[in-house]
Write a protein that binds this ligand. Sequence first.
Ligand SMILES: Nc1ccn([C@@H]2O[C@H](COP(=O)(O)OP(=O)(O)OP(=O)(O)O)[C@@H](O)[C@H]2O)c(=O)n1
Ligand SMILES: C[C@](O)(CO)[C@H](O)COP(=O)(O)O
Length: 252
Amino acid sequence: MASISKFIAIIPAAGVGKRMQANCPKQYLCINNQTILTHTVTKLLTHPLISQVVIVLGANDEYFAQSPLAHHPDIIRVTGGTERVNSVLNGLKAVNAEQYPWVLVHDAARPCVSHQDIDNLIAQCLANNHGGILATPVRDTMKRGVFVKDAKSNVSKSINLIDNTVEREQLWHALTPQLYKTNELRFAIEQALANGVAITDEASAIEQANLPSLLVSASSENIKITHPNDLALAEFYLAKQAEQLNKSTAPK
Ligand SMILES: Nc1ccn([C@@H]2O[C@H](COP(=O)(O)OP(=O)(O)OP(=O)(O)O)[C@@H](O)[C@H]2O)c(=O)n1
Ligand SMILES: C[C@](O)(CO)[C@H](O)COP(=O)(O)O
């Protein structure tokens, strides 16, 4: 199999961050005086195997043009779509599959990803010649809930009860990056969309196409900043990573 020297990464950054309840899309909130998007893009562009990034922006995004990244030579900008999957597909349409036969897709909202985990994902996918995702095993007992009418209350109120315990052996949190062969991923997403299948990550489109995906165990620090209390945790992890990097690059 031909050796792959460089990768392109698609960064879906066209969301509005409803769950963050902020006054701007969450990817433009700041941690240590840098936007979350800048943290994430910088993390990817400083990885030795990633040579270009496709940033997928909202149609009405007025923030990126003010960013220090706005004129970066290795950044391609495309416009996103209504759902994350539409944004990812728009990003894929900007990728030359002959130049980049493999593509990483990584959420803008995940700035804490480590280079080590990206290395592991790339190594395992190339060794097996098929795609895969970073993932972290579930640690808690998992319950499925069900809403039922509250028998006691005379107001039609429903309460949430445990329906069952979900077997957690081999239950994983899907993270990103997710790494796939460019043409396979584009075909799988187009097919899933044509079939009206709900797609929330690249792996779910690949599963619909009956193609395999590796689960590459990764750090649980690679959180997706979603709710307000995720910001402090992300700031802690980024500070820890910066300290580790300073120690590793400090003169001996
Ligand atoms: N139409 C969309 C929706 C989401 N995303 C991106 O996909 C990533 C993961 O999505 P999520 O965490 O759900 O972000 P939002 O959709 O912005 O959050 P919310 O669901 O709270 O609105 C984010 O980087 C987001 O910017 C995107 O590019 N296009
Ligand atoms: C892609 C993802 O981050 C994997 O966990 C997740 O599916 C994104 O989901 P969201 O609803 O768009 O946040």
